[in-house]
Design a protein around this ligand. Structure first.
Ligand SMILES: *Cc1c(COP(=O)(O)O)cnc(C)c1O
Length: 376
């Protein structure tokens, strides 16, 4: 059986986790957390980064930091993971879904402005498959309407837009280190990226249960106390140790995934040229991280048949998001602005093929052959 995903493991993770385990500090902000923080701050040129328990929690922190309240409106695509919406719904916000572009499956930047009302507070672009949204246009809209931008870059570590790393462009960015992502902190984890200095201090407080403990540890206050709302959003240091093992090899992982992605692409090009399937589009300004390899087929029925066919050939492929606006909670907490021209139909065509660090070349060959055979 060719599996769909394997968590990235490069070799040193075990050593680092043991080292952390035997250290006197295994809670948050220990040795490995500090190493990771430094690496991300250098790489992203952000004002501050904070490891969190998940990308979901990093998104929740942005909603608290932006003082999102009952009735505020948040613009995002419907083709995304539930956490993008839930983080804001938890604070009472209404979600306004905007259609996607069929080429990248990202929010259609041309349809954002018409969804803005006097209640709009935030735009949340989601960089699907690690391919950037049209950030210049989105930042321009946000600036003209004084809105905040939170990049859901859960899938976007090591990708960039016009040379800028994803997550470093909006006011905030978030990464996920869930085991299905390109880099993992032993299964669950995330990163909050803060690109606007004025949010740094409060972010540290919210992450530390609403206390100024971070300042206390830096000897900036002589005792720490309860100063704000907050929760416990720190990653434990053993998870950061695992992540450090992945990060040390970040370029290896990225290059290996891109090589596999390119094999799929060239191997399936003939079928795409014949019009049987569609391949992913990487816009000119974007470098991607091969987070996913997906193809799009004619319709839902073809997709179900292909997934079954691949399973019969011992290959696990999966479909992806069911648009949030048509889900029970989406109906309750959100509304779709304008018409759903692409979100539903395009999402029904998409199949994700097995993709992980060090996937076997031979497996990719078998998968390409199976897809070709399906279309014969
Ligand atoms: C994975 C993912 C999340 C959630 O990440 P967790 O770390 O599992 O909380 C949020 N948004 C998108 C787009 C994702 O792909």
């Amino acid at each position: 059986m060719i599996t769909f995903n394997l968590p990235p493991f490069t070799g040193n993770e075990e050593k680092f986790v043991l080292q952390s385990l035997k250290s006197p500090k295994i809670s948050g902000d220990g040795h490995f957390t500090q190493k990771c923080h430094q690496w991300f701050e250098d790489k992203l040129l952000s004002k501050k980064v904070l490891l969190t328990t998940s990308c979901t929690h990093a998104l929740e922190m942005t909603a608290i930091l932006l003082n999102i309240q009952e009735g505020d409106e948040i613009i995002m695509p419907s083709y995304t993971f539930v956490s993008t919406a839930n983080a804001f719904v938890l604070r009472g916000a209404k979600i306004v879904f905007v259609d996607i572009r069929p080429d990248t499956m990202n929010i259609d930047e041309k349809k954002i402005e018409q969804a803005i009302t006097h209640k709009t507070k935030v735009i949340v672009p989601v960089h699907y498959a690690g391919v950037a949204c049209e950030m210049d246009v989105i930042m321009d809209i946000a600036n003209r309407h004084t809105l905040f931008v939170v990049e859901d870059a859960a899938q976007g570590m090591m990708s960039s837009y016009k040379g800028k790393p994803l997550g470093s462009i909006g006011h905030f960015g978030t990464f996920s280190f869930h085991e299905t992502k390109n880099y993992t902190s032993a299964g669950e984890g995330g990163l909050l990226i803060i690109n606007d200095e004025k949010f740094v201090q409060r972010a540290e407080i919210i992450r530390e249960k609403g206390t100024n403990r971070s300042q206390f540890f830096r000897d900036m206050v002589d005792k720490y106390s309860w100063v704000d709302v907050g929760s416990s959003y720190l990653m434990n240091d053993m998870s950061a140790a695992y992540l450090w093992g992945n990060i040390e090899k970040a370029n290896d992982i990225n290059n290996n995934r891109l090589a596999s992605w390119n094999k799929y692409y060239t191997g399936l090009l003939k079928l795409a040229n014949k019009g049987s399937i569609e391949l992913p589009t990487i816009p000119k300004n974007c470098t991607h991280n091969a987070h996913m390899f997906y193809i799009k087929v004619k319709d839902l029925e073809t997709r179900s048949r292909l997934i079954t066919y691949l399973k019969e050939n011992n290959i696990l492929s999966v479909f992806h998001y069911i648009p949030l606006h048509s889900a029970p909670a989406g109906l309750k907490f959100g509304r779709f602005n304008d018409i759903d021209e692409f979100t539903t139909v395009e999402s029904e065509k998409l199949i994700r093929l097995p993709m992980y660090y060090q996937i076997n070349d031979n497996s990719i060959k078998i998968i390409i052959e199976a897809i070709n055979k399906f279309y014969q």
